[in-house]
Design a protein around this ligand. Sequence first.
Ligand SMILES: Cc1ncc(COP(=O)(O)O)c(C=O)c1O
Length: 451
Amino acid sequence: MTIRLTDLGKTVLETEYAVRGPIVARAGELEKAGREIIYCNIGNPQSLGQKPLTWNRQILALCEYPALMDQAPGLFPEDAIEAARSILAGTRHGLGAYSESRGVRCIREAVAEFILERDHIGVDPDAIFLTDGASKGVQTILHLLISGPQDGIMVPIPQYPLYSATITLYDGRMVPYYLDEANGWKLSRTMLEASMAQAEAEGTRVKALCVINPGNPTGAVLDEANIAMVIDFAKVHGLSILADEVYQENIYLSGDEFVSFAKVLHQVEAKDVSLFSFHSCSKGFLGECGVRGGYFEFRNVPDEVAEQILKLQSVSLCANLPGQTATYAMVRPPKPGMPSYHPYAAEKAAVLDTLKQRAILLAEGLNRIEGITCNVIAGAMYAFPRITLPPGRSDFDYAMALLEQTGICVVPGSGFGQAEGTAHFRTTILPPTEKLQKVVTALGEFHRNYR
Ligand SMILES: Cc1ncc(COP(=O)(O)O)c(C=O)c1O
């Protein structure tokens, strides 16, 4: 007898992941039937035409096939060759061999240096784990924290469904805290306290708080005071913090800057709050989603717990080596004076400038449509506009109808969570500018007819 659905566990069956849910499946069918689909459902920049940075690909190519260094002299700049040689020396056996479970030490040292330069704080390379994208790191830490079905993890609403899905999979409880749409999706202490009080009243043992900064899907960027408030909240309630900082390079408003949780934790000397920070090669200006590179770094974690993290990580041996290599390229870009510096800086600026223009184009375009309101897209890669719907229709119906009529694939707001009585959808800002313009026009027409 073959395996049956009833053989599967309840947690697997209950896990949902809207970003690749039924609407995307339908988009695939329509595409197979010859329709042009504009995929706005997922932050996957290179699938929408973004080019990989030369620096990254040169290092990856050289590490994958070191013979290129001799066979194609002159094809690669000296600094990329040097970077590849350092990585290969660090791996000792090249990219085809497992590394130690935490990841190649010289790459972790490069990550530590990157954090030191960014935040001016000391970093222990052994508190850094290289991962297959940030997702794997988040899953490891949630696995570590959830010890039974009464354990709760505070998650922002709206959230990125990696959190809800993984908490369901590990049989924990998601404790939602609401972001304030009327105030640019700000995170407030009042909302955090309200959510904690409700969780406690329901008998939930809250273990940790997740924060996504800059936010997905909201695009909101936290300032230092906001982060200090979150750390104080965690301290008062004895929570660990998961700081998802994969969009740290995607900040679009002048005056805003990325501030890391690690930096503020250090400043406020909160030695009794455990922090896990996540970063990735998939976002920012690299968009190397398929390479699956990333890392997490922890602070204020006792040695005996750190050993358990190491044990968990070693069950899957190590993160993939090309992903580790891409992480090196991310955290060690060419410096001024190096041959690759100018081309790298130009490629980086071109990507970030277009993302910024698209963020403005999309938010302004959406706000011109009657019945749609969209906050300023301050960071990340998404808009999460609010929509008014005819009675009896859901945001799922809306997104499906939008797909069928226009070929635009977005994700219904319910996949991310939203305040009761509101409806939204999430779209990325990633399609090329003329396509994004078409998306806005088609959306306007669709929305008028749908109402
Ligand atoms: C907030 C957030 N965290 C984590 C991830 C996962 O990224 P990765 O490709 O590094 O696993 C994403 C991907 O979209 C994301 O939006």
